[in-house]
Design a protein around this ligand. Structure first.
Ligand SMILES: Cc1ncc(COP(=O)(O)O)c(C=O)c1O
Length: 461
């Protein structure tokens, strides 16, 4: 079958099973640009509209059921509608949702985060990971009176000007490896933001150290995702985070870990797992228990700059900051997120990565499986994936097809072909994902043979 026809048939089969989603999508497009309010949730021919979730299952408006390995982009670590979180939130709702004053729930949540995160003594809450990284960079600039930041190529820290640079730069525009260009995500990014953003290659100790050293006079902060998430669930190479810590300390540059995604990896996030403490930590996703959340954590001497009890302080307000519903949901989530549960889902993640590699090997399809703990991703490339440039060699059409075929087989994953494990899951769910991946890859193999023969390592076994 011709490649175009193959994709067209997948679209047709997908659409045929989802008449209600199509109707809703067409209606939504009349009121919402592209039918939604998140760029990342769009995919062709139209996204599936979900109706409800329960544990590791999610159900769409056409009555189709899926195992949810996407979990609202890695944010629902206990899956959907966990009974104890629902109960805690309902109890809080009866007491009102937000008061325009401090409430005890915020203090309890901050206390719990400080108990967990090695580098945290005080916390400031906001409503998204984007706000958390804005706050972190704002504080670093306030303290240092410098304005440049250094971020990694491929690093995602939310959608604000300062960091919407070199998230997914086209390789043709990315510049030399040892001096990556600062590439704006789009034309809305002001030239000043570009001038104030130095870009370095994730996982390249030597070059990144050199770039930091050349910019020490102007750097307000170094910001890094300890596990490069949006870039491809890429763990840090041994020594990379330590180099960042040592170099930042040497030149007194605040080091920010963006643990919005990676906090889930251990009780105290990546900083505990890898034994490297940042100065500031941005948090979000799982700590909100399914509600909008962001937080900034750090030592008292840094965080106290936010204290209005001081004569000079850094103003930080937000109508819904630290609202009791989010705090209650977050606290219930962390209470359930014990060390043994984290270990268990991390082991399931390891099993998933191993099983996916076995499936690929058996089918003689070359692809890379990255990830750490409860996170995994497939990249259709023959290059080892350890930074943005290697991840960018992967075939986008293959992961698009893979994603749609998985949906047809009852697996809900992100279009980027990443997966995360939630605590309601057991080995059975991982086995089902591996079986669905096998079946999808078998369907795709003739297309791969035609369009990407380099990714076929041999004959059928
Ligand atoms: C590492 C990282 N930082 C920041 C963000 C932004 O968080 P939010 O979507 O809550 O604004 C994300 C979201 O995916 C993320 O993965």
């Amino acid at each position: 079958m011709e490649p175009d026809k193959f994709i067209e048939n997948i679209y047709l089969a997908y659409a045929a099973k989802r008449p209600n989603s199509r109707k809703l999508y067409e209606k939504a497009c009349g009121f919402l640009p592209g039918g939604d309010t998140r760029s990342v949730t769009f995919y062709r021919p139209f996204p599936t509209f979900m109706k409800y979730g329960a544990g590791f299952r999610i159900f769409d408006v056409d009555g189709l059921e899926y195992l949810d390995f996407q979990n609202n982009y890695n944010s629902l670590i206990h899956g959907h509608a966990h009974p104890r979180i629902v109960k805690a939130v309902c109890e809080q709702m009866h007491l009102g949702t937000v008061y325009g004053s401090p409430a005890e729930s915020q203090c309890l949540m901050a206390e719990e985060l400080c108990r967990r995160l090695p580098s945290a003594e005080k916390i400031r809450f906001c409503n998204s990971g984007t706000e958390a990284t804005m706050l972190a960079i704002g504080l670093a600039r306030y303290i240092t009176r410098k304005y440049k930041i250094l971020k990694m190529e491929g690093g995602y820290h939310g959608s604000h000007d300062v960091v919407q640079i070199s998230i997914k730069p086209a390789l043709a525009k990315a510049g030399p490896v040892d001096r990556p260009h600062s590439v704006p995500e789009n034309e809305s990014i002001p030239p000043d933001a570009l001038r104030n953003c130095v870009v370095a290659p994730f996982n390249n100790i030597e070059i990144t150290k050199k770039i930091i050293t050349e910019n020490t006079d102007n750097l307000a902060a170094i910001i890094v995702e300890p596990i490069a998430g949006s870039c491809g669930m890429i763990p840090p190479e041994p020594g990379f985070l330590k180099m960042l810590r040592d170099t930042a300390s040497q030149f007194k540059i605040p080091l920010i870990f963006d643990e919005v995604l990676s906090f889930r990896i251990s009780r105290g996030g990546c900083q505990e797992l890898y034994g490297v403490a940042p100065d500031l930590t941005a948090l979000g996703k799982v700590i909100g228990g399914g509600f909008p959340v962001g937080a900034l954590a750090g030592s008292s001497d840094l965080m106290d700059h936010f204290s209005p009890a001081q004569t000079r302080f850094l103003v930080h307000s937000g109508t819904f900051n630290g609202n009791p519903v989010t705090m209650t949901a977050g606290l219930a989530t962390l209470t359930e997120l014990t060390v043994s549960e984290i270990d268990r889902i991390n082991q399931l993640g390891e099993k998933l990565r191993t099983d996916l590699r076995k499936v690929l090997d058996k089918l003689e399809i070359t692809a890379q499986v990255t990830g750490a703990g409860s996170l995994a991703q497939i990249h259709f490339t023959d290059r080892e994936v350890k930074d943005w440039r290697s991840a960018a060699t992967a075939r986008v059409d293959l992961r698009t097809i893979f994603h749609l075929l998985l949906m047809q087989k009852g697996i809900y994953a992100a279009t980027r072909a990443f997966f995360n494990i939630s605590t309601p899951m057991c080995e059975d769910e991982v086995d089902k994902l591996a079986a669905a991946a096998r079946s999808a890859l078998i369907e795709m193999k003739p297309y791969i043979e035609k369009t990407a023969p380099d990714l076929i390592s041999g004959r059928w076994k």
